[in-house]
Design a protein around this ligand. Structure first.
Ligand SMILES: *Cc1c(COP(=O)(O)O)cnc(C)c1O
Length: 400
């Protein structure tokens, strides 16, 4: 029986179509046909959670103290681990009482922050392309999103000069994310200084997503919004345990920064959830306290894959600069073919799954994202299949 009298709420119906849907369908069909898929489409790091983290969680689970409702604002001990980590990594002092809040994954927090602060009709600035929660959260809240189109000639960094004065004056929040998913771009410190000035001038809340804080290479150290003078006065920063610590399934993230803004998010969340299972907070705390050698190992793993794939793609005609951070390569589609068609054709011909760039907004059209979530053996196999299928990047017309 279909309930034809009940339609989804407008806030759900008006969301742009989910580009992954057709790809997912084809993936399932290919798998049914026994095709060996190499899935480089997801942002889901392969590999287990570090053993000390699993052990800490197992032990914590035996503790009845964690079996009841956790405190709404998170355990004092996890909040302290977060602020200690900030001091260690960024030299930033934060108050564990009010300037740090554990989340059920950062996606949850990002989307709920939009619900906590955006009224229907409010104007929100978001880059395009962007991680979907940065524009879908505001849309769910009924906000209007002004897309800041990112340009390859600006290395995919927001050009604040592209935002008209009238738009900036109306805007309430700016979402941004460097190192960036999907483009792999990093923004120079001057950009952070400029964006803080911009936010103060126009009274715009800055929401920075620093999910890839630790996945940086070649000596590059990502910038925290909170290390910029004035940053904490006007912004918050989101983090996740999912990527660096292979904890995507555990659903742990956190937000730090302006206490008033965090309090607003917390107020909304007390109506929606009861916070994060205490044993998971113990586990996350253990992860944040892992020795730096763990980070070095993770960074080496992704850097090796990055170098391997950039080299292999160069042999197929792609010349792409090595990203200084993240677990993604952002590569142009061969001329004359759109993102979706290119990703579908690669999947059908080779079983290699890439993410079409337009899944991250219209500004990602003409690109695909490759995740460095497979080891070099599998990446090599993916390259061999592309080669065998004569899939290459041709930037110049072929001479005949
Ligand atoms: C993966 C990712 C997230 C999601 O993190 P969770 O904590 O697993 O919800 C958020 N932002 C960006 C930019 C991401 O790439």
């Amino acid at each position: 029986m279909t309930l034809d009298w009940i339609g989804s709420a407008d806030r759900v119906r008006q969301l742009p179509p989910y580009v992954f849907a057709r790809l997912d369908e084809l993936k399932v069909r290919a798998q049914e046909q026994g095709l060996d898929l190499i899935d480089l489409g997801m942002g889901n790091p392969g590999g287990p959670t570090p053993q000390p983290v699993v052990e800490a969680a197992t032990l914590a689970m035996q503790n009845p103290e964690h079996h009841g409702y956790p405190p709404f604002e998170g355990t004092a001990s996890f909040r302290r681990a977060i602020t200690d980590w900030y001091r260690r990594r960024y030299g930033v002092e934060l108050d564990p009482n009010g300037e740090a809040l554990p989340l059920l994954g950062s996606k949850e927090g990002l989307t709920h922050l939009a619900l906590a602060y955006i009224n229907p009709g409010d104007l929100v600035l978001a880059p395009n392309p962007a991680y979907p929660a940065h524009f879908r959260g505001p849309l769910i809240a009924g906000g209007k999103v002004h897309s800041i189109l990112l340009k390859p000639e600006n290395n995919w960094v927001i050009d604040l000069g592209d935002i008209p004065d009238a738009v900036a004056e109306q805007a309430k929040i700016l979402f941004f994310n460097y190192p960036s998913n999907p483009t792999g771009a990093t923004a120079p410190r001057e950009f952070f200084e400029d964006v803080v000035k911009f936010a103060h001038k126009y009274q715009i809340l800055l929401v920075h997503d620093l999910c890839y804080a630790e996945l940086a290479f070649d000596g590059y150290q990502p910038t925290s919004l909170l290390e910029i003078p004035g940053g904490k006065d006007i912004g918050v920063e989101f983090h996740t345990m999912s990527k660096t610590y292979n904890m995507a399934g555990w659903r742990v993230g956190f937000v730090v920064g302006n206490s008033q803004v965090i309090q607003g998010l917390r107020t909304l969340k007390t109506n929606l959830d009861y916070g994060l299972f205490g044993a998971l907070q113990t586990a996350a705390e253990t992860a944040l306290n892992l020795p730096d050698s763990y980070l070095t190992e993770v960074q080496n793993r992704y850097r090796t894959r990055r170098d391997f794939l950039v080299q292999g793609l160069a042999e197929l005609g792609w010349s792409i600069p090595k990203p200084l951070a993240t677990m993604y390569l952002w590569i142009p589609c061969p001329p004359e073919i759109g993102s979706t068609d290119f990703a579908l054709s690669v999947l059908q011909q080779t079983g290699v799954v890439l993410t079409p760039g337009n899944a991250f907004g219209s500004g990602g059209e003409g690109y695909v994202r490759i995740s460095l979530i497979a080891d070099c053996d599998r990446l090599g196999e993916a390259l061999n299949r592309l080669k065998a299928a004569h899939i290459r990047y041709q930037s110049e017309p072929v001479m005949v």
